[in-house]
Ligand binder design. Sequence first.
Ligand SMILES: *Cc1c(COP(=O)(O)O)cnc(C)c1O
Length: 396
Amino acid sequence: MVLNVNEFRYINPAQRILLGPGPSEVPPRVLQSMAAPCVGHLDPYFLATMDETQHLLRFLFQTENALTISVPGTGTAGMEACLVNMLEPGDEAVICVHGAFGARMCEMVERIGGKLIRVDQQWGKSTDPEAVRKAVKGRGPKLLAVVHGETSTGVLQPLQDLSAIAREAGALFMVDMVTSLGGMDIALDREGIDVAYSGTQKCISCPPGLAPISFNDKAMKVLRGRKTPVLSWYLDMSLVENYWGPARKYHHTAPINMVYALRESLRIIADEGLEPRFARHKLNHRALVAGVEAMGLKMLVPEAERLPTLNAITIPEGVDDLKVRKALLEEFGIEIGGGLGALAGKIWRVGLMGHSSTKRNVFIFLAAMQSILKAEGAKIKNGAIEAADAVYKKVS
Ligand SMILES: *Cc1c(COP(=O)(O)O)cnc(C)c1O
């Protein structure tokens, strides 16, 4: 069979402004690092790179946990790695569901054969600790899991109460940090988080492909005390730890150039500093909200529960969701997200994550949105840029 290679054009994507629920914009330095020579996965250079990556990941997770590594795969692989290592068939797991990613955890628990105790909250609100307390009462769950930043709704989940409930129940506290790690101050050791995972393409601003995870001593004890083998051989951390640890025992071939990219992203984060980075995310979020509200649009989530890295904006009555998003992409090169599940067609999801969280992007988005919505005949007020500007002026 002959294949005419000219039918396939070379890769040449447009430069987008990525303001969706991920991926976020990737700094050129990170992309350049991926073009470095691919060495062997046991090459001394790469082994040193792995050690440095672990070091940088501990800094970002704000933890001393020995098992702090990146798993090949996206955020969902991180979710699966945590659940499959911590749970055995028959184990009780309390899963807090206030959006699409909590629901995904439930599906995984059921596939593992765990006993699912599901605590549902209306999408657009955070999980009520009282409901969790009730669900846990009289039971001995092995694990209590929650999504910190629900990217499907733009809700930020307070962790303090849930962490205390897990501790009192003797359960492991597991947190999805996919949309918060690198964008918000969340320290594993301080918050009493036993198991956590994230993804590279949200607030870390690295391409998708790796899932940072961290297990503390309590979690490692659970892993070592298992009666049955971990259901996934590939994600079995009792095997993987011997590859990332001093034994350097071959388990799989690390995605070398993805690890280069992650290491470079983490270096950029360390260079900026955690506190300035978190403050930047908060400030750009506040400016965006001020602009959106000045236009006369409404945020889905009440102010106290808003996730600074993902903004859920209610679509005004009579406005065509798809038409607006298409115009944003075609006229301005801006990507934003639509709603998921019950929120499809009801909200726009505007991410301000990592490298995408800038004053420049906030202004471009507000100006573009105002122009498109006016062209659509929506009743939009002027003054979005001025309102956003006022937020920046107040701090400087
Ligand atoms: C994106 C996301 C995931 C899933 O990550 P993928 O990289 O898409 O596999 C899980 N949880 C949250 C909160 C997310 O935002």
